[in-house]
Design a protein around this ligand. Structure first.
Ligand code: MSP
Length: 651
């Protein structure tokens, strides 16, 4: 019987600059899913690639006195080598400059034109070069690009248009009938209001630059980059090309992983194009959050706050970085990348919890049994608690993994690791080892620990493939006992298993020294004075900042709340009145964020609420608490935690 297929994609990245850790985020996440699905026996197609056309690349290349193709070739090679380093298991890599893609896009454009879905007209409006997006006057935010806040250029030119407006109702129906189509849920509302504000026909060709795919029947036009880019998901499978067999096999995609700022293109333009072509729609668009860094928020070369993943991999190993990216931040929400958090995760989760469990187990088998366990064993009641927990993890883990809740899945694995470490403390093998008559019991305890390691090895395979392989080697597990199905049985390792002691999987790091070094290194690398100052400030903070006791912090009650209503406070330009539900009741919270958020942007968003703050009256409204927000150079940014249910306590 043929296997069930699973098709997953990452965004195709602009090769305008080398990849940074933010780009690695989508790719590592998609790789983890691809590995998880393969582990479960699916026939997986995992696609990534590069989006190489457009005015921005043309400009960059000319600044470097080179051709666009030469320019992108170099950067694409860097992307590919980074994916290799990060152990990315993509099945295909598409470049939008590949011949087969160019031909297929031309075919698609022609087909849409012949079907009357594309027509010729005049474009008049505003263009944002960095986002490659057109905007109408009303869509602009204070005259700037509503996505990135940068300057836009007035443009008028002959252009082809795609009749996207006629798909508005079908798109709304799609979201209603398939609530799982846009994930996380919270991003759907934005799309609905965008469509309800009125969809204007989309300009799908340009004449003002030439680095793009020419329209075959009107060659002064090149295809609008987003049409060129989005179609990669089907052209890479051979659609509108010479061999459509992969397209037939894998399309529709099961999920497109993308960053939240490009959900609009994927949830509106992409399905409308597919509807116009009479093709099936992808099953899900998952818009993950941003990895925020430094004081500036989203990482970008132009802001000079870029973290180079190669440096991190060289210092801590690839798997530590893969682990950190998916453990630290719930997929879907924004989260801060800090050097402190990275080092802490390596030290606590990887070196202490996981690494120690393995090294203690193997070291004791080495010490008491010269590396090979004897056949005679003696069980005890306490063993069942450990084996039961191991057997239960799979279901919870699958539940989280199937919803792309990586952090929750990892957390369940770590509960098993903690339980196993506790089992060592409870059974005290070092005491058993002193008594010749307890050798059979000791052998059983150590066997059980190897078995737990086998479970852990399978469960971390999608996240940390090399570490999993190494663990399997150390505990002498053959391939057939580290399959996903093997998680259903306890006791599959050979009774006379042999182990290898080996070096620590993750050496402990001197946190304070390392954090200082990293802060300085990134500041230097980004060559920006601001970064250097703030790194220096952080080092100073590590050394001198006043501290508070944990009891002081424990007095603050933090909960996740859902904003269910929001309106401006009369006669107070800066204030918004929020109604926040914490799963038990609604309360009013007044917040000084009116300059940065429109009320409709906040509805249904999940925030962090300080819930035991003394009420205060602001402009005649009583505020019963406050919400947490970050003070950034780009203004106040509310901390959204959309993946976490309202009412959750934050500790
Ligand atoms: N070329 C388009 C995508 C076309 S897909 C048909 C594009 N490219 S991009 O290089 O600018 O961004 C690619 C992806 O990287 C986006 O999903 C974006 O959200 C992601 N990231 C870039 N910086 C990021 C962070 N700092 N954090 C998380 N993801 C970020 O958009």
């Amino acid at each position: 019987m043929s296997k069930e297929t699973f098709y997953i994609t990452t965004p195709i990245y602009y090769p305008s600059d080398n990849a940074h850790i933010g780009h690695s985020y989508s790719t590592v996440a998609a790789d983890t899913v691809a590995r998880y699905k393969r582990l479960k026996g699916y026939d997986v197609m995992f696609l990534t690639g590069t989006d190489e056309h457009g005015m921005k690349i043309e400009q960059k290349a000319s600044q470097c006195n080179t051709t666009p193709k030469e320019y992108v070739d170099k950067i694409v090679a860097n992307f590919k080598s980074l994916w290799k380093l990060l152990n990315i298991s993509n099945d295909k890599f598409i470049r939008t400059t590949d011949d087969y893609h160019i031909k297929a896009v031309q075919n698609i454009f022609q087909k849409l034109y012949e079907k009357g879905e594309i027509y010729k007209g005049y474009y008049e409006g505003w263009y944002c070069t960095p986002c490659e997006s057109f905007w109408t006057e009303t869509q602009l935010n204070d005259g700037k690009c509503p996505d990135c806040g940068r300057e836009v250029k007035k443009t008028k030119e002959e252009a082809y248009f795609f009749k996207i407006s006629k798909y508005a109702d079908r798109l709304l129906k799609l979201y209603e009938e398939h609530p799982e189509f846009i994930q996380p849920e919270s991003r759907k509302n934005e799309m609905i209001s965008f469509i309800k504000n009125g969809l204007e026909d989309l300009c799908v060709s340009r004449t003002s630059f030439s680095w793009g795919i020419p329209v075959t029947f009107d060659t002064k036009h090149v295809v609008y980059v987003w049409l060129d880019a989005l179609t990669n998901y089907i052209t890479a499978m051979g659609y509108a090309g010479d061999d459509e067999s992969d397209y037939q096999k894998y399309w529709p995609a099961d999920v497109h992983f993308i960053g939240k700022e490009i959900v609009r293109f994927h949830a509106i333009i992409w399905p409308a194009v597919l509807m116009a072509l009479d093709l099936p729609l992808p099953k899900q668009i998952f818009g993950h959050g941003w990895l925020l860094f430094g004081d500036d928020g989203k990482m970008s070369k132009s802001k000079g706050n870029v973290v180079d993943p190669k440096i991190l991999c060289d210092r801590y190993g690839v798997d530590a970085i893969r682990y950190f990216l998916l453990r630290e931040i719930p997929f879907g929400s924004d989260g801060w990348f800090t050097n402190e958090a990275l080092i802490n995760r390596i030290n606590f989760d990887l070196a202490n919890d996981l690494g120690n469990l393995l090294s203690r187990t193997c070291a004791m088998i080495e010490k008491y049994f010269k590396g090979t366990l004897p056949l005679e064993k003696e069980g005890a009641d306490i063993d069942k608690e450990l084996s039961d927990l191991a057997l239960q993890v799979k279901e919870k883990y699958e539940n989280s993994m199937d919803k792309f809740q990586f952090s929750a899945a990892i957390s369940d694995v770590w509960k098993l690791i903690s339980r196993a470490n506790k089992y060592i403390d409870e059974t005290m093998p070092w005491i058993l080892g002193k008594d010749e008559t307890k050798k059979a019991r000791l052998a059983k305890v150590l066997y059980n620990l190897c078995e737990v390691m086998r479970f852990i090895c399978v469960l971390i395979t999608p996240f940390m493939p090399s570490t999993a392989e190494e663990i399997a080697k150390r505990i002498g597990a053959q391939k057939d006992v580290v399959t996903f199905e093997s998680l259903e049985k306890w006791g599959l390792l050979k009774q006379d298993v042999s182990v290898i002691k080996g070096q620590p999987l993750f050496p402990r790091i001197d946190a304070k020294k390392e954090i200082e070094e990293l802060n300085m290194m990134f500041a230097n690398q980004n060559n920006s004075k601001k970064e250097k100052d703030s790194a220096a400030k952080k080092i100073e903070n590590v050394c001198t900042k006043d501290t508070i006791a944990i009891d002081d912090f424990a007095k603050v009650e933090l909960k996740v709340g859902k904003i269910v209503a929001c309106e401006p406070v009369k006669k107070a330009k800066k204030l918004l009145k929020l109604t926040v539900n914490d799963s038990v009741s609604d309360r009013t919270v007044v917040s000084g964020i009116a300059k940065f958020y429109k009320p409709e942007d906040l509805i249904n968003r999940h925030i962090i609420l300080v819930s035991n703050l003394k009420p205060a009256v602001l402009c005649s409204v009583e505020s019963q608490g406050m919400i947490l927000a970050a003070d950034t150079d780009d203004g106040i940014k509310v901390i959204f935690v959309d993946d976490i249910p309202e009412g959750s306590i934050i500790r």
